[in-house]
Design a protein around this ligand. Sequence first.
Ligand code: ACM
Ligand code: ZN
Length: 475
Amino acid sequence: MKLIPTPLKAEFYEGYASQTAKENITINPGLESEEYILSVTSDSVNIESASEKGVFYARQTLKQIAMQSERLPICKIHDKPRFEYRGFMIDSARHMQEIDEIKKIIDVMSMLKFNIFHWHLTEDQGWRFESEKYPGLNTKAAVRKYSDFGTTINNKPYGRVYTKEEMKDIVSFCKDRYIDVIPEFDMPGHVSSLLHIFPELSCHGNAVEVKTHQGIYNDILCPAKDKTYEVVENILDEFCEIFPYKYFHIGGDEAPPKQWEECPECNRLKAEKGLAKWTEYQNYFMNIIIDYLSKKGKDTIVWNDAAKGSNLDKRAILQFWKEGYTKPSVEFANGGGRMILSPFKNYYMDYDYKITPFRKTLAFKPRLSGLTDEGYNNVIGVETPIWTEYIWENEKLERFLFPRVIAVAQTAWSEKEFGFDSFVDEIEYITKLISDKGVVFEDTSEWGYSKYTTALGWLRFVNEHYMPSKTETDY
Ligand code: ACM
Ligand code: ZN
């Protein structure tokens, strides 16, 4: 029997359950929250778990079994995940997806036993979270004048927010699939859309456009202004009403300190707080927000750019993406801080299969070098992001995700490792189940690249996305 992600223990015996076999569900509070024991006998299908969540996972496993056998084989499966945090991220800011497309992806991710949908909702190129308090976010911050991402240009205004009703609909859809939705309000960088309606939250106070091109921008929030905290906290309050979960993401990536360096108020505050470096100044700001969210009962996730400053609040959870910051990130985890692994070279799904071969995603081992046993215990899970500067078609989104995310699902749930060929063989049935939902897979001719990124792959990427724009698109 081919089951993905691999259950902890699965035994299959001679014989089948009868057509009239009854399903029995036993709640056993002694089990862990996602653990289940599934036993099929000749006259019963028994699921034992601590909660409905375990029952859900048992049924997901049953679907894969049913696909492979007309009659349910007698078996005993004891299963629980390796990691409590099994995430996927969609950037809905650079390009938006319709609610139905997001639901389609979520549904399939739940078959792979992912339990976190990290929703990237705020960006330089557009604001996607509807706000009651600040309607300018909905009308102005959400819309860029045109889109110029590399070789393509679209001259029409682009973007809108997701309404509260739409976001609640996603939350409710996820709830049925035992997936928590973790919104990201990225700060203090990647905030051009916010600064477009609140220029006074920047150091310079000048007009800021919603960006029309990919990149890292100097327009960031000024931590030396009271109004920055007032606006950010009011928006966070609105986010927390829609997303009632334990985790919240506040970004923290790619915030160049150039404008802080030139800002007298930032310089004064940095000196007053005795902060040696701008990275520490950034964490001074992040820590205030982490504390604010903590008082609202949240654990805050930040990208591992924040590890560069030594003063990050230990209550934060570091999301490792940047290898350049491996050493301080590993030290953070070894010193008691929690970590999520999203290694750029393996788990970023926005690159094609020549740059990020399927094998390379499968090959990632979450035991980062330098992690002590305690550090590894502080790795709460893994997450695979997809950024969408160059992805505005559902079909491309799906092709870039599938089949590579199946390898992430395997690592997230199970310690069992596969060689590439045996993994491709093992995913046969889950691939069929996912395709039946209408999801487009990358053509199998693209699956087999070596685990080494080709220089040619990168050259093509740079040529496609960083040359002056030429082709007009009409999305
Ligand atoms: C990131 O990729 N900027 C987190
Ligand atoms: Zn400033």
